[in-house]
Design a protein around this ligand. Structure first.
Ligand SMILES: C[S@@+](CC[C@H](N)C(=O)[O-])C[C@H]1O[C@@H](n2cnc3c(N)ncnc32)[C@H](O)[C@@H]1O
Length: 213
């Protein structure tokens, strides 16, 4: 199998980057709980002394920009070069790099925080522990991670993008307890979990976790 999922996910988001960017345009403005989560995250990072924050799987960059607006030294990383082009075009004052969360091009203990909003959803179960180990490696002691994901038990396959073109991407829906367990196993302590729209068919969740230190 190897890393087929990585190349399929990259190609799919390259194909669908413009459609995805359109779809999420204005999303944060209509999402008070996500904005609140980012505000708490920013406060915790700044309280711990500040420092660079990586928005991993940043897509078109609007979360990175929001973090910047609330005073965080944020930069974005994404697997998809097309996503990174859009992010650089729309937020030229910010830094965005192509990269993968499975092998971050960052020094050990070099970032104060990581936001991973609906990006680890594309990582298959067997690769998640390695990704969380990468997060722990690059985070400083007492570093914060904020992970957002779809809640559920199944994997959803998407074969058509927002612009109608053919893509091939898996999104793994997960229970907060499962994600929290993986984070604990990777050396994080859990600070908070928030389930969004719990009565909908596919709720969302965010988990705040911190490295020991
Ligand atoms: C559903 S989008 C979320 C984008 C953005 N974080 C948001 O909340 O709108 C998933 C993003 O994760 C990126 N991604 C998927 N696998 C990745 C990986 N291994 N490393 C970095 N980014 C990845 C995709 O390219 C895509 O831009």
């Amino acid at each position: 199998m190897g890393d087929t999922w990585l190349s399929e996910t990259r190609t799919s988001y390259d194909i669908d980057a413009a459609g995805y960017a359109d779809k999420v345009s204005g999303l944060l403005a209509g999402s008070p709980y996500l904005r609140a989560s980012l505000a708490v995250f920013a406060e915790l990072v700044l309280d711990a002394g500040g420092g660079p924050v990586a928005d991993v799987g940043c897509g078109p960059g609007y979360v990175t920009d929001h973090l910047h607006d609330v005073g965080v030294d944020a930069f974005g990383i994404d697997l998809s070069p097309e996503m990174i082009s859009i992010a650089r075009r729309d937020y030229p004052h910010l830094r965005f790099e192509v990269g993968t969360m499975t092998d971050l091009d960052l020094e050990d203990s070099s970032v104060a925080g990581i936001v991973a909003f609906w990006s680890v959803i594309h990582v298959p179960d067997e690769a998640v522990p390695g990704v969380l180990e990468e997060f722990r490696r690059v985070l400083r002691p007492q570093g914060l991670v904020l992970v957002g994901f779809h809640v559920g038990d199944e994997a959803q396959h998407t074969s058509r993008g927002y612009t109608g073109r053919q893509i091939n991407v898996e999104s793994h829906h997960r229970r907060p307890g499962t994600v929290a367990g993986w984070l604990r196993d990777a050396g994080f302590s859990i600070e908070a979990e928030l389930v969004l729209r719990p009565d909908e068919a596919v709720p969302g969740a965010v988990i705040f976790a911190r490295t020991a230190g």
